[in-house]
Each structure stands twice: as C-alpha cells, then as structure tokens.
Write a protein that binds this ligand. Structure first.
Ligand code: HEM
Length: 408
C-alpha cells in the first residue's frame, strides 16, 4: 500500500505534544500492562489449581492468589487504557483500521471483560474462607474468568497484529471484491506470539511469589513450611515457565512475516532472551541474600525490567514493519503543541498519581504487616489528606477549565 495513503489517514489536527513522548509512554505503560496481566493470569491459575486441592498450603495460597487477582485485574485494566490512548494517537491510521475491520470483536471485548471480572469476583465472594475449609464453591466461575481473560487478550493480540498488515486490509475489507462491512471477522493472528505473551505469566507469577513470601516473612511466627513451599513453587514456575516461554518466543521469531524475517537475527531477540533469562536466574544468583533485608522483593523488580525489555522488543517489531517496510514514521507526526494538556498530563501522573498510589500502597502494606487493628501514623494521614486534596483540585480544574472554554 502506498505510504502516502497511510499518511493521508492521519488526524489532520496533528498531535498535542512531541510524538516521541507518546511512543515512550506507550511502551512504558504497555510494559506495566503486560506485567499486571501476567500477575492476573498467573494468580488466577494458581488460585484455581490450589482451590481444587485439599492440601493446606495450596488452599492458603489459593486464597491469597484470589485476592491478588482481584487487584491485578484493576491494575491491568488501568494500564491497558494508557497504551490504548497512546497507540491511537501516533498509530491512528493502523489502529483504527484494524479496529474497524474487527469492530464486532472490539465491542465484544468490553462485554467479555466485564463477564470475566464478575466471574472472578463471584468466585472470590463464594470462597472467602477457602484457606480454612476444604470445600470450594463454584470453581467453574474461576475457570470461566480465566477463559474470558484469554479471549480478551486474544482480541487485543489480533488488533495489534492486523494493524501491521496494511497490504492485506483491502482483501479483508472486500474479499474477492465484495465488501464485507460487518466487522465480524478476526483476520490475522499468530498463536506463537500470543502464546509467548501468555506463557510469560508462569515465570512472572513465580517472581511475584518471592515477593509475597518476603512480605509474609515480616510477620511474626510465620509458618516456615509454608514459606519453603512458596520458595520451591516459585523456583519451578520460574524455570519451567521460562523454558516454555522461550519455546514460544523462538517459534514466534521463526514465523515472522517474510518482509521482517531478518528481525529474528537482530539484536532484539538476543536482548529479550538475556533479560528473561536474567530475571529467571536472579533469585538463584542472590540465593543467600533472598531472605535478608528487602532482597526478597528484588526478583519481581528484575521481572518488571525484563517486561520492559519485552515491550521495547515488541515495539521494535512494529517499527521495523511500519517504518522499515511501509515507510510510515510515527515520529514525523505534525505537532500542534498544547502545553496545558501536556503539563496537566505530567502533573496528574506524577503528583496526583504519585500521592494517591503512595498512600494506598502504604496503608495496604502497613495493614497487612500489623497484627490486630492498624492505626495510621500522623505522617500517613497527612499523605492521605494531600492525596485527596490533589484529586479535589483536579476535579475543580477539569470542570473550571471546561466551563471557561465553553462559555468565555
Ligand atoms: C484482562 C485481560 C487482558 C489480557 C489477558 C490482555 C493481554 C494482552 C496481550 C497478550 C497483549 C499483546 C498482544 C500482542 O501484541 O500480540 C495486549 C495488548 C494490549 N492490551 Fe491487553 N489484555 C487484557 C486487557 C486489556 C484491557 C482491559 C485493555 C484496555 C482497555 C487492554 C489494552 C491493550 C492494548 C491497547 C494493547 C496493545 C497496545 C499496543 O499495540 O501498543 N488490554 N493485551
């Protein structure tokens, strides 16, 4: 397809800040999205497996993992919206075409996600005392939730892959010359690529388990056998899951479209494999330190860095396809600088996001480490008040600025 045609599909208004900002934020937030997705899928899988077991450690783990999944789904959604915004700003000709070609699935996406989330919460509500009792109520709801999350992820996968094939769009839109405007079909996918992103859930939840274990270790009289069980499980998930992910990754690289087949022998796959191997090996490398200080959290932090490398490599695939093959450069998008929205975005993210998140994490953390009732210190209360004030100011400026633009 002609490069000019792709450029013609751009928003003539341009973008409100330098496109590099959208590109970098897109990669960063997608990395957070996929790590949260890994924790969601990994914890959900451990929850269902553990809930079907009668072994006490497994049941305790299952109860903890349902709680983790409950939070992870919110984080995955929040960090899913962010790259969604960025991708449609700088890659709008591709993203929108891909969405319109499978519109039925794009709309279905949200319904499927809602049913999946409700199924997860239903399982949680029905099994609040899973650690204490041997009976698990309605495990089918958790299995349904996992299946629907996978469908949701698959839809995103198809959209992300279809956007890379502008040369096929006409054939998909009008197969054999007859227009099909229904948007009912998924036109392109690569199960190896999808499988790779999903399989990473196993090593990532392994790294998460080290952090969970470290968190429990801060409690007095924690059950040493349970801590050992967690360590062994984390190590197996890391190594077995790591190998499975590697197989999927290599298969994805071998099945890349012909016009970007050379990507498989570039530096990116090497960096990706090194980063993932380092993350999986890290807990063994710091073996003795793992139980000292805050080192127990380090494996998950290294996992996040590996997730970022995966996200950069994924963006490099897109770059090589859209720029290398089709001549589309997202960085030459026309800029109509809008300082208000740019500064508002940065301040919202850093000040409001930072304050609210720090407060919530501090309270959740301290409450989990305290026996009995937790009473926040004056400093934590001040942080909470500051966080609420930033949200109030944000809402005021939102309506204030909107009314000013509309009526002044
Ligand atoms: C909870 C279930 C979800 C799962 C399992 C999931 C999984 C995935 C996977 C595997 C990919 C990579 C696809 C690929 O490149 O081949 C992806 C991409 C993406 N996801 Fe999710 N996702 C979920 C929910 C969401 C939600 C709720 C949103 C936002 C509303 C979202 C937004 C995105 C976006 C925008 C991309 C592509 C970004 C880009 O191409 O730059 N996801 N997701």
């Amino acid at each position: 397809m002609e490069t000019e045609m792709l450029y013609a599909l751009r928003d003539p208004l341009g973008v409100p800040s330098h496109p590099l900002m959208f590109l970098v934020l897109g990669v960063l937030t997608w990395a957070m999205h996929i790590v949260a997705v890994h924790v969601l899928l990994g914890s959900s899988a451990l929850a269902i497996y553990g809930s079907l077991s009668s072994q006490s450690h497994w049941r305790r783990l299952a109860a903890a993992m349902v709680n983790t999944a409950k939070v992870a789904i919110s984080v995955a959604i929040v960090f899913g919206v962010a790259p969604l915004l960025f991708v449609q700003v700088i890659y709008d000709p591709f993203w929108y075409t891909s969405n319109v070609l499978s519109a039925w699935w794009v709309i279905g996406f949200i319904i499927i996600l809602i049913i999946g989330a409700v199924a997860l919460f239903a399982f949680y509500v029905m099994n609040k005392s899973m650690a204490e009792v041997e009976k698990t109520r309605c495990p089918g709801s958790m299995i349904l939730a996992i299946a629907l999350f996978l469908v949701v992820g698959f839809i995103m996968h198809a959209l992300a892959v279809q956007m890379l094939h502008p040369e096929k769009w006409m054939e998909w839109y009008a197969p054999g010359g007859i227009i099909d405007p229904s948007g009912r079909s998924i036109h392109e996918f690569n199960l190896w690529r999808f499988g790779f992103f999903i399989a990473l859930s196993a090593p990532m939840i392994g790294l998460w388990l080290y952090a969970y274990r470290r968190y429990l270790m801060a409690r007095e009289n924690e059950n040493a056998e349970y801590l050992d069980f967690l360590k062994r499980l984390a190590a197996s998930l890391g190594s077995i899951g790591g190998v499975i992910s590697l197989v999927f990754f290599i298969a994805w690289m071998l099945t890349l479209p012909e016009n970007i087949a050379s990507f498989a022998t570039s530096i990116w796959p090497v960096l990706t494999i090194l980063a993932l191997a380092a993350a999986v090996a890290f807990p063994m490398l710091i073996a003795r330190k793992l139980d000292t200080g805050l080192w127990g959290y380090a494996p998950f932090a290294v996992g996040i860095i590996a997730g970022l490398v995966v996200a950069i490599m994924r963006e490099a695939v897109r770059w090589q396809t859209l720029f290398g093959v089709h001549g589309y450069n997202p960085l030459d998008y026309k800029v109509h600088m809008d300082w208000y929205s740019t500064l508002l975005f940065i301040i919202t993210l850093v000040v409001m996001g930072g304050a609210v998140l720090s407060y919530l994490v501090t309270v959740a953390w301290k409450a989990g480490q305290t026996k009995g009732m937790y009473t926040p210190s004056p400093a934590v209360n001040r942080l909470g008040n500051f966080a609420i004030a930033t949200v109030a100011i944000w809402i005021l400026q939102y309506f204030g600025f909107g009314l000013w633009v509309a009526y002044m």
